[in-house]
Structure formats: C-alpha cells, structure tokens
Design a protein around this ligand. Structure first.
Ligand code: DAH
Length: 336
C-alpha cells in the first residue's frame, strides 16, 4: 500500500493543467467523498498497529501534496483570469525609444566619413604599457614631453598605465601590419587632470594613421579638409606649426568657424578660428621602432578629442555632462 501511495505522490507532483474541468476531476479523484484519500483513511483502520505510524505519515504527505497542488493550480488560473478581465481593446503601453549617447553619435559620424575614403577601424587596450603609449612613439624615458600628458599609472615595474592617448593603437597596429595602412582608432583615454567644465580625467579620442609609399603633407591636408567639410560643412582650414614627438613636421588644425553670431565670437575668442586636432607626418623614428622601412614608406597621423567636437556641434558648455548621463540631456538626442 505504501508503494501505491508513492506512485500517487508522483502523479500529484506531475499533474499540471490549465483546464478547469481537468482540475476539478483531479480534485474529485483525490479529495472527493469516494476519492483516493478517503479510501486510504478508511483502510487505515485495518492496518496492523505496528505499521500505523509509517502509513499515517504517508497518507498525510499525500494529502498535503494534493492540497499544495490545488493551491498552485488555483493561483495560476487566477493570474490568467486577471489578464482576461483586462480590457483587450485598450491601447498598448507606449514603447520608450532609447537614445544614443552624443559621444557615440559623433564618433559614428566621424567613422563614416573616414570609412568612405578607405579607413578601417583598429582597436587597442585601455590599459597600456610604457612602450606602446610612450617609448615607441618617440617619447623615451625622461623625455620632457611626457609631462604634456599627466598619466595614471597602475604599476611601475614594469610600467602599466591607462593610455593617455589613442596614438598607442598606431604602434600596436604597425607592429602587426605592413603598409599600406589606413586606420582609425576611436577610444577612451585617461589623464590625471583636475575636472572642470573644460577638461575631464576621462575623455574620447579618434586617431588616424595613413602609411604608404609617397604619402605627403599635401595628402594630409587634403584628407583633413575633406573631413571638416563633411562633418561641419566648413572647408576653410589652416595648419599651424606645432610639436608632437611622434610626428615631424607637426601641426595643429584650425577650422574657420566664422563670426556670424554671439556664440561664434565667444567660442572662437573673437578670431573666427577653432582648433580641432593635432597632426603631422609620422616621424621616421617611430616607423623604425615598429620595423617599417622608413626609406620606402612615409605617412601621416592625426588625433582629435571627440568631446570637444560634440560640444561644438551641439553647443554644449560643460564636458562633465557627458559622464553624468542625466536623462534630461540624453533625451534631447532622441531623434538623431
Ligand atoms: N596624441 C596626441 C594627443 O593626445 C594627439 C595627436 C597629435 C595624435 C598629433 C596624432 C598626431 O596622431 O599626429 O594630444
């Protein structure tokens, strides 16, 4: 008899149905007047005394299992009937549209522009070593230009750090690939700087690199001009001599923004010109560091901060907004 109860226990366990009649049949089979449980209680009287305890416990567990199962089925069917009670003709909840972060919007736009002239994307790690972030880029130890970029060090032996610029990806890519090379490397960079409305310790850059035979400064200028025309609708640019250890000659690029409004005056400090990136011809010393034949190949590189460009395009005045992710700011980019 104990075995029979065990079988019934399994049956109860496994029973499942959402049909009312089936559930009612199940209830009658077990709990009905002539049901299984009453039948067992009836037989209980005839069980020899020494077996009464075991048998009693078994029947009780079956009784509890049936009660629990009925309770479950009742809850499940109530849940269902609630849905049915709802007005099915009601309009559905509106689907909230997500927003792209303005940094990503502009990054994607820049990628698109350079992709259309043959640049591919190359990625690199945010945690870098000294070689890729500094030394290979012609910034040997103790070089004073290292001070241009306040670095977050993770470890000092060997040096591990958060990359201070995306130029590190140039080195990684050239180590693995021979020219022709045409890449764009967007990414996050880190500098130990005081946070203010104009600067942050985390920001984004896009690095470009083009290496081939006979690449000239004129190619660089033409490429940048194509870019500013596509992104800003402005083709008037100027290149001011500058210094970067990894390029020779080096330049800073200004776009002629114009002086058509109060804002133009303010953001260009009354000059009409806006600085947007650094660039130059890749120093042959850098090519040697990555085993590219500097007599055969030459090339240019450029690097720009994305936040700066977003702030320009959308007239935003505080760089900290990009990292606070206030939905009131983000929602303004919904349709873009
Ligand atoms: N890495 C520079 C910086 O973070 C930007 C830069 C300047 C990148 C000139 C270049 C370049 O590739 O040619 O300030």
């Amino acid at each position: 008899m104990i075995e029979r109860i065990d079988e019934l226990l399994v049956e109860v366990e496994q029973f499942s149905s959402s049909a009312k009649e089936e559930i009612e049949q199940f209830r009658i089979k077990f709990n009905g007047k002539k049901g299984v449980l009453n039948d067992f209680f009836e037989k209980f009287k005839e069980v020899p005394n020494d077996q009464k305890k075991d048998f009693g416990q078994k029947i009780n567990s079956l009784k509890q299992a049936v009660a629990a199962k009925l309770e479950d089925l009742k809850n499940a069917s109530e849940g269902q009937s609630n849905i049915i009670k709802d007005d099915l003709t009601k309009p559905a909840f509106p689907l909230e549209l997500g927003t792209r972060h303005p940094i990503n919007l502009v990054k994607n736009r820049i990628i698109e522009i350079f992709r259309s002239i043959g640049f591919a994307i190359a990625d690199g790690p945010e945690i870098e070593d000294d070689w890729h972030n500094f030394t290979a880029l012609n910034l040997p130890e103790y070089h004073p230009a290292r001070d241009m970029q306040d670095t977050f060090f993770i470890d000092t032996n060997p040096d591990t750090l958060l990359r201070t610029h995306t130029s590190s990806v140039q080195v990684r890519y050239m180590e693995e690939n021979q020219p022709p090379i045409r890449i764009l490397s967007p990414g996050r960079v880190f500098r130990n700087e005081a946070i203010s409305s104009r600067s942050h310790c985390i920001f984004h850059q896009i690095e470009g690199l083009y290496i081939d035979e006979n690449v000239s400064f004129a190619d660089l200028k033409q490429t940048i001009q194509y870019f500013t025309t596509e992104l800003f609708g402005k083709s008037k640019i100027r290149m001011r001599p500058s210094y970067f250890p990894f390029t020779e000659p080096s330049a800073e690029v200004d776009v002629y923004w114009g002086l058509n409004s109060e804002t133009d005056y303010r953001i260009t400090k009354g000059t009409g010109w806006l600085e947007i990136m650094g660039c130059g011809m890749v120093d042959p010393a850098v090519l040697k560091n990555v085993n590219i034949d500097a007599d055969k190949y030459s090339g240019f590189a450029f690097g720009m901060g994305i936040e700066r460009i977003v702030m320009l395009l959308y007239q935003m005045s505080d760089i900290r907004m990009f990292f606070e992710n206030d939905v009131r700011m983000l929602n303004q980019f919904k349709s873009l």
